[in-house]
Structure formats: structure tokens, C-alpha cells
Design a protein around this ligand. Structure first.
Ligand SMILES: Nc1ncnc2c1ncn2[C@@H]1O[C@H](COP(=O)(O)OP(=O)(O)O)[C@@H](O)[C@H]1O
Ligand SMILES: [Mg+2]
Length: 273
């Protein structure tokens, strides 16, 4: 079982966004994922409750950072969302169960300072020092018209944390959460640019979920690909359980018109609930 946790001291930094999108990707590519939530606000529950029944199922699990235990046996992959402000024993317990940790970092100096504090605490944990739990930063809500991406990359280099990708600011993330879906529930023509930004993250996460057998160096390594998994159901799947897909008519223009995107998603998903 591979476990990836998303950690940041700041609320609103994008932890749940990273966790839900990664969980859907894994659900689509491996068929089995548990989305754990240590957040007392339980954003996961809200999101899972909104998830359309036709979308690939994700098992929810509510944990407790004080008495953190692994979810039930049989869980193949675990994506762990955590509350803001996690530190001390709670943070140490997450490091004990995680194979990898993503640290989302926003664009302000306050975000970077907070991320530095979190990283300083993380890097002193024995499992991280020994390389048993990898950590990387992800730039969140990056506005491409600014220098934020460069500044965040420079910050990451200065504190010696791998900086694997930046995700642009896009309403598609907000609308997806509102509808219990993710970028990876959408068809090729919606959200493609955003999914491309996920590829370095998926490459980085791959060893967590697909450990390479030591005696099999020739196995192709790239099993997590940001190209969305085809939304066509297997032939045996009844038509009324087809995975969620937007109509092909919802083309690229929806990205620049969030209100229209919202209407399309709400109408489409409402009709399927
Ligand atoms: N790349 C993005 N572009 C636009 N909005 C985003 C992006 N990532 C996250 N958000 C929004 O920011 C808000 C906070 O994100 P969230 O993942 O809930 O943070 P956290 O779990 O750290 O509190 C949510 O409304 C989410 O939809
Ligand atoms: Mg959250």
C-alpha cells in the first residue's frame, strides 16, 4: 500500500484540492483508492457527498492525527488530506505513515514563510532524513502573468526542497470541488492545460503507488500519466453507470467563462445524480 499525504500549516493553501484530484486520478488508473481526512472540518466528506454516483468511486476514511492509524486492511492506495496548522506530534504521526508528502505553497511571502516553517519541522523527522518519506513542494494558484512561479522556485531552491510543478489559478478547480469531481473526471477538451501541469507531480508520485520491483529494472516506469483516462466505460458496464463526462459541446471556451462552466457542470451532474 502506498500513502501520500498533503500537508501545509496554512488553511486554504490547496491541500484538499491536491488530495481530491490525486485520489480521482488513482481511482481511474488503479481502481482502488482511499481518501483519508484528518481535518476536523472534513472537507472530504463534503466533497464525497457531492460526488456523482456515476463517477469512479472513492472510499472515504476519517482519521485522527492524535491517534493516527492506518485505515482498514485491503486499502491499496491512501491519499491523506490533513488540517492546517498540523505540527508537533500530529505532524510526526503523518510522517510515520506516509511514503511521500506534498507541500502546497501559495504565491505570497506569508505562504512561503509558513511553508519554510513546515519544511523545517518535516526535514528533522527521522523517516524524512533517511529518505523513507519523500517531500516536495507544489506551487498553487500560480498567476502566469506574475513572477510568482520563478519566485517560488527560487524559494524552494534556497530552502532545498524539490519543487515539482506549479498549478495555475483556474476556476475549473473551484467548480470541480463544488461538484464533487476533479480535473481527471473531465473529458480531453476540458482542463487539458491544467492536467498537463500535473504530469511532473504524477511522475514524482509514481514510486509511491507503483514501486519498481528491484529485480525488474526494465518495467516501464511511467504508469501515472496526466492524460485523462478515457471516459468510455468497459463494455460490460451498464449505460446508466457511465463515468461522468461533459458534453463535447463544452469546449475550450468554458475555461475562460467560469459561469458557463459552472452551469454546464451543475446541469450535467444534476441530471445524472
Ligand atoms: N489552482 C487553483 N485555482 C483556483 N482555485 C484554487 C486552486 N487550487 C485551490 N483553489 C481553491 O482554493 C480554495 C482553498 O483550497 P483548498 O484545497 O480547500 O485548501 P486547503 O485544503 O489547504 O484548506 C478552494 O476554494 C479551492 O477550490
Ligand atoms: Mg482542506
Amino acid at each position: 500500500m502506498g500513502t501520500l499525504a498533503v500537508v501545509s500549516r496554512k488553511g486554504g493553501s490547496g491541500k484538499s484540492t491536491l488530495a481530491t484530484n490525486l485520489a480521482v486520478y488513482l481511482a481511474r488508473s488503479t481502481g482502488s483508492v482511499t481518501l483519508g481526512d484528518l481535518d476536523h472540518q472534513q472537507s472530504m466528506r463534503v466533497w464525497l457527498a457531492r460526488r456523482p454516483s456515476a463517477a469512479p468511486p472513492i472510499v472515504g476514511w476519517v482519521g485522527d492525527s492524535v491517534r493516527l492509524s492506518r485505515p482498514a486492511l485491503g486499502t491499496q492506495h491512501l491519499v491523506l488530506d490533513t488540517p492546517g496548522g498540523l505540527h508537533g506530534l500530529g505532524l510526526a504521526r503523518v510522517v510515520m505513515v506516509a511514503d511521500a508528502i506534498l507541500l502546497p505553497v501559495g504565491g505570497s511571502v506569508f505562504d512561503r514563510e509558513s511553508a519554510s516553517d513546515c519544511w523545517n519541522e518535516l526535514r528533522s523527522q527521522p523517516r524524512i532524513m533517511k529518505g523513507q518519506c519523500r517531500v516536495a513542494a507544489v506551487g498553487m494558484r500560480v498567476d502566469s502573468r506574475t513572477h510568482v512561479e520563478r519566485i517560488t522556485a527560487e524559494w524552494a531552491a534556497s530552502v532545498n526542497i524539490p519543487y515539482i510543478t506549479s498549478l495555475r489559478m483556474a476556476q475549473i478547480y473551484v467548480r470541480a470541488v463544488e461538484n464533487g469531481i476533479s480535473l481527471f473526471d473531465m473529458p480531453d477538451n476540458v482542463g487539458a492545460t491544467d492536467r498537463e501541469q500535473w504530469q511532473p507531480l504524477l511522475n514524482w508520485a509514481e514510486p509511491v503507488f507503483f514501486p519498481q520491483p528491484k529485480d525488474d529494472p526494465l518495467t516501464p516506469s511511467l504508469r501515472l500519466a496526466a492524460k485523462v483516462v478515457p471516459l468510455r466505460p468497459p463494455a460490460s458496464q451498464p449505460a446508466d453507470t457511465q463515468p461522468v463526462a461533459l458534453s463535447p459541446a463544452a469546449t475550450a471556451s468554458v475555461l475562460s467563462r467560469p459561469s458557463r462552466l459552472s452551469r454546464i457542470l451543475s446541469g450535467f451532474l444534476g441530471a445524472r445524480r
